[in-house]
Design a protein around this ligand. Structure first.
Ligand code: PMP
Length: 305
């Protein structure tokens, strides 16, 4: 039996349904998260990656939209562990929490409504091809401006911007879109942050470049600096820097560390996965599965050991 956490309790997934009159369904005023949990076969343990960080971001983002939940970060981590145990998950899995206004009311506003949270598990598998690398296209769609719909928040309605860019890229035969921000600098992918490697240094757009404050981005900065001894610059990135980069990769909970081997029909590096990207992938995939002792603090075990 598959369960979801819905309206304050665990219910069979078939019963976790909202009414068509639900306010957030109409106006996209929902805040969501995406977490992954990784199965460690040797330890027979399921590890949730960055559980606290995701729920801290969710609660902070929700507050920005006047959605105050009656749950703490610790409560939500415990609920998620319970859900994974109830669903008897013994493989890699994706977890989707979503906060929404449950009121059956038709005004696009953020006050006077009741926030609710739902959490369910999803078998995502591989989101982008992390083994071969992907081909990307700079989109004709600009990333949401912070003064319109902040990209910093994972707000449902904002994802029309990602959907437009991703669709354009797929229809043109590419795997993913890169979006520029309203100032014309590189922002991010439709669901990923971006890093460039040039002359042995890493460069990534900063928090003021109209991007999501990616949790994987932050972890990857740590790995680059501490493990690969690669300097990281956070600053505005010009479009043409993409074409002269030695390596490019995307980061995200779903995308993990995805190498980019082509941008706008120009090969990145030699059109193969770069050395720093390859090393980063190796340590990232080991860390998230609990195979790197010093990064075990990233993980929340689900089962009693
Ligand atoms: N940018 C966007 C637009 C995203 O949707 C995501 C996925 N959450 C990311 C970046 C990566 O964020 P994270 O590493 O926190 O998953």
């Amino acid at each position: 039996m598959e369960y979801a956490f819905f309206e304050g309790r665990f219910v069979p997934i078939e019963e976790a349904n909202i009414n068509i009159k639900t306010n957030s369904f109409h106006y996209g005023t929902a805040i969501f998260e995406g977490l992954r949990a990784y199965w460690n076969e040797r330890e027979e343990q399921l590890y949730i990656l960055f559980a606290r960080e995701h729920y801290e971001r969710l609660i902070r983002n929700a507050r920005s939209l006047f959605m105050d939940l009656p749950y703490t970060v610790d409560d939500l981590v415990e609920i998620t562990k319970d859900l994974l145990r109830k669903n008897e998950i013994r493989e890699d899995v994706y977890i989707r929490p979503i906060v929404y206004f449950k009121d059956l009311a038709l005004t696009p506003k953020l006050i006077g409504y009741t926030p609710e949270i739902a959490i369910y598990t999803y078998n995502f598998g591989r989101y982008l091809d992390t083994s071969k690398g992907i081909r990307v296209k700079v989109s004709s769609w600009r990333r949401n401006d912070d003064n319109s719909i902040p990209s910093r928040w994972k707000v449902a309605g904002a994802y029309i911007n990602s959907a437009l860019a991703k669709t354009e890229a797929l229809m043109a035969g590419y795997d993913e879109a890169l979006m520029l921000n309203s100032q014309g600098f590189v922002a991010e992918g439709s669901g990923e942050n971006i890093f460039l490697i040039r002359d042995g240094k890493a460069i990534t757009p900063s928090y003021s470049d109209h991007i999501l404050e990616g949790i994987t981005r932050k972890a990857v900065i740590t790995l680059l600096r501490n493990d690969l001894l690669v300097e990281v610059e956070e600053r505005p990135v010009a479009r043409s820097e993409l074409y002269v980069a030695d390596e490019i990769f995307l980061t995200g909970t779903a995308a993990e560390v995805t190498p980019v081997i082509e941008v706008d029909n120009r090969k990145v590096g030699g059109g193969k996965i770069g050395e720093i990207t390859r090393q980063l992938q190796e340590i990232y995939f080991n860390a998230v599965r609990g195979r790197v002792e010093r990064y075990k603090s990233w993980l929340t075990p689900v089962y009693e050991s």
